[in-house]
Design a protein around this ligand. Structure first.
Ligand code: F6P
Length: 458
């Protein structure tokens, strides 16, 4: 293998540059050229295939900083239409003409679904990423337990069964997740003190789509109640619990995953059933929906000193701050290892494979690789991994002891000393007042190359 291409697809994470960096460092060792395709699959679909050489003379370009959040290549939610063979063939031909022997897509479940048609014509592997932590399996045999297509799955996907053997989890954590939780936990702690001072109910909404891993990780912020999409909200009982906690401590902090559903499985946040170009439901408004329902049932007399229940309850979406900024040590280190592993998988001719991060005691974290087929259900679809029921105490709306066992390996040393030092030295750097932000997009633009569209299409 002489030359490979790499792209970042789907929603970004803080650890994408770290994965790119790890891949390029490994490619340098193997003397493989790496071309970064711009804007995810959008770049592959463009006839002039915009790209950036990431390791001229086998040295990493300086713009590729593993500590910088986001992706210098840009990302998009554009995917290949696998049902159109002419389309897929055109892409395969185009990249072959550039002398590329294999493709690494850094992405999540949506990317892997989109990558399959191309993998049938061209060597492709996936390096995982997603703040949602939903690429992987709770156990290797999980796909055989799904008896209905994803769209028909009931909301409580993981009901019943034995507590999970956490060392059997396939792809224990995805790069980006730890940093997202790092942001969420700080948000919860900051919201806590203001809710406490003003005797208010705070509803903090976090990302994750239909998976509650980010909300679960938020447990480190010690919220009073956590609601995850995997467990439909028994609203009557929930409102009563909010009332009890408020009576006791004159404020409440609730964390909810954006994809939570009501008792009937109806998404609380789905104001309209809109979908993004990748076919994902766009989640918005779950915290607001809960606020409205709480304000309607909680007696105003509970909130002495507030004009109304509505005024006493506030909502906060942590939003895209979860996806941005400098990755913490856990993400930097493992993202980089997974990038290197993806190069190795291609180099070993293991096309249609996924680089995975495994954990066991006493080995700790190690990288591995599995065939993408092992993640697919009987309909050929890679499903988002959901929080296993044994990780969550649905009676108390809190993390279970087994859930805490799951989180500990990730978070105990997730933040490095240099993360703290970076914050201390960088945030109020006086130079920031004198100079504006220097976008890496501008720096990188000088390196962008384009193939001749006519030549590539003939
Ligand atoms: O999948 C990652 C994610 O951040 C989800 O948690 C969230 O629902 C979605 O992307 C938001 O997407 P966008 O940035 O396109 O609004």
């Amino acid at each position: 293998m002489k030359r490979l291409a790499i792209l970042t697809a789907g929603g970004d994470t803080p650890a994408l540059n770290a994965t790119l960096h790890g891949a390029v460092v490994r490619a340098n060792q193997l003397e493989i050229e790496v071309l970064g395709i711009l804007d995810g699959f959008g770049g592959l679909l463009a006839t002039d295939l915009p790209h950036v050489p990431l390791n001229p003379l086998f040295a990493v370009i300086p713009e590729l900083d593993p500590c910088r959040g986001g992706t210098i290549l840009g990302s998009s939610r554009t995917y290949l239409d696998g049902s159109n063979p002419t389309h897929v063939d055109a892409v395969a031909t185009r990249i072959t003409r550039l002398g590329i022997d294999g493709l690494i897509a850094i992405g999540g479940d949506g990317t892997l679904n989109g990558l399959q048609p191309l993998a049938e014509r061209f060597p492709c592997v996936l390096a995982p990423k997603t703040i949602d932590n939903d690429l992987g399996l709770n156990s290797p045999d999980e796909p055989t337990t799904w008896t209905k297509p994803l769209a028909e799955d009931p909301p409580l996907a993981n009901e019943g069964g034995e507590p999970l053997a956490i060392s059997e989890i396939v792809n224990y954590a995805t790069p980006g997740y730890a940093t997202a939780v790092f942001v969420v936990v700080q948000a919860i702690r900051r919201i806590r003190t203001t809710a406490e001072s003003h005797r208010r109910v705070a509803i903090v909404e976090v990302m994750g789509r239909q998976s509650g891993y980010i909300a679960l990780g938020g447990s480190y912020g010690q919220p009073d109640l956590v609601a995850i999409p995997e467990v439909p909200l028994d609203f009557g009982r929930f409102a009563e619990r909010v009332r009890q906690i408020y009576e006791q401590q004159r404020h409440v902090v609730v964390v909810i995953g954006e994809g939570i559903t009501d008792e009937t499985g109806c998404k609380l946040g789905a104001v309209s059933p809109s979908v993004d170009p990748a076919g994902n439901t766009v989640f918005r408004g779950a915290a607001e929906a809960i606020k409205q329902r709480l304000a309607a049932v909680l007696p105003q007399s509970l909130f002495r000193g507030h004009a109304s229940a509505d005024a006493a309850i506030f909502t906060r979406k942590v939003g895209h701050t979860q996806r941005g900024g400098r990755p913490v040590q856990f993400d930097r280190f493992h993202a980089s290892q997974l990038g290197g592993q993806a190069v190795d998988l291609l180099h070993q001719n293991r096309s249609d494979h996924v680089a995975t991060l495994q954990w066991s005691n006493p080995t700790g974290f190690t990288v591995d690789g599995i065939s993408a087929g092992q993640l697919r259900d009987r309909w050929g679809v890679v499903r988002p991994r959901r929080v296993h029921c044994s990780f969550f105490d649905a009676e108390q709306w809190r993390i279970s002891p087994r859930g805490a066992d799951y989180l500990r390996p990730i978070f105990t040393d997730a933040v490095g000393a240099d993360d703290v030092e970076h914050l201390r030295g960088d945030l109020f750097d006086a130079g920031h007042l004198a100079t504006g932000y220097q976008s890496v997009n501008v720096l990188l633009s000088q390196r962008i190359r384009r193939s001749d569209p006519e030549e590539s299409e003939t």
